[in-house]
Design a protein around this ligand. Structure first.
Ligand code: ADP
Ligand code: UDP
Length: 236
């Protein structure tokens, strides 16, 4: 596998072409941003942790019947994935109130829902990733009705698998963001990453936050929290 020209540099990852038109290499950085890029910093070792953890999650999900973009880990920061055209929606699943949900509806964090919720944001930094419903996404031709239905079903399945898995690590899965993509043949697969950058993870016993909220909210112990999650993920 030959790493060729850089196709894209995002806030947390770089994407490189390869000698295979259907494959790209993602390279995870230690850079961290929050609040649509307003807050910037680095989290030492984050790139390695997010790469290894994402790949672990993608392999677990594949075993449970969820197709993903994962192909092969190349190094501690680099992974070969199927090149997809990303559906420009951030798909957010919540099991417990937190973050923008708590703020928007004026409720406390920590309310355990009877059923998980799903919401979409339009993946558009210039507009600040506005909240969007399925009709809006279809109207703007971001996805078809069938693709939205497929994405919803896959996202809830991912939640079931991940909720159970994190429970065995004594971690509560509060909420998370997913991205989906379309392969050359039109198949919808889970893409991007699954990491403490994109999930809220609370220690089940102490309630301690083991995710990017430590960075967003200046809680300290950011690196330690990422390492703690990595340690637990590598144990199972
Ligand atoms: P951002 O673009 O939000 O700053 P990143 O720094 O994580 O995010 O950059 C990675 C980019 O690669 C994102 O735009 C993401 O949607 C995209 N991406 C993720 N997986 C794939 C894939 N399999 N094929 C093509 N692009 C992908
Ligand atoms: N999230 C993400 N990228 C985003 C926005 C949200 O990965 O651009 C994740 C975030 O880490 C959390 C979940 O999606 O696990 C829900 O985030 P929320 O809407 O509460 O937003 P935030 O608190 O980041 O404003």
């Amino acid at each position: 596998m030959e790493k060729k020209e850089q196709l894209y540099e995002g806030k947390a990852k770089k994407v490189f072409a390869t000698d295979d038109a259907n494959l790209v290499i993602v390279d995870y950085k230690d850079d961290a941003t929050a609040f649509n890029g307003e807050k910037k910093g680095t989290i030492a070792g984050k790139g390695v942790i997010n790469n290894v953890m994402s790949n672990h999650m993608f392999q677990l999900l594949e075993q449970q019947g969820v197709p993903t973009h994962f192909v092969e880990q190349l190094s501690d920061r680099e992974t070969v994935v199927k090149k997809v055209s990303i559906v420009p929606l951030e798909v957010i699943i919540r099991n417990i109130s937190a973050g923008s949900f708590a703020k928007r509806y004026g409720v406390n964090e920590g309310i355990v829902f009877d059923e998980p919720t799903i919401e979409f944001s339009y993946k558009n930094d210039d507009l600040g990733d506005p909240l969007m419903n399925a009709y809006h996404a279809i109207a703007l031709k971001l996805a078809t009705r069938e693709e939205i239905e497929r994405i919803k079903a896959m996202a809830f399945k991912v939640n079931e698998v991940m909720k159970q898995y994190f429970d065995t690590l004594n971690v509560t899965l509060v909420d998370f963001k997913l991205e989906f993509g379309k392969t050359a043949d039109g198949t919808i697969v889970l893409a991007d990453e699954i990491s403490p950058d994109t999930c809220r993870l609370w220690d089940k016993t102490t309630g301690e936050k083991l995710d990017k909220d430590r960075f967003r909210r200046d809680l300290g112990g950011v690196e330690e929290a990422y390492q703690e999650i990595m340690k637990r993920v590598m144990s199972k």
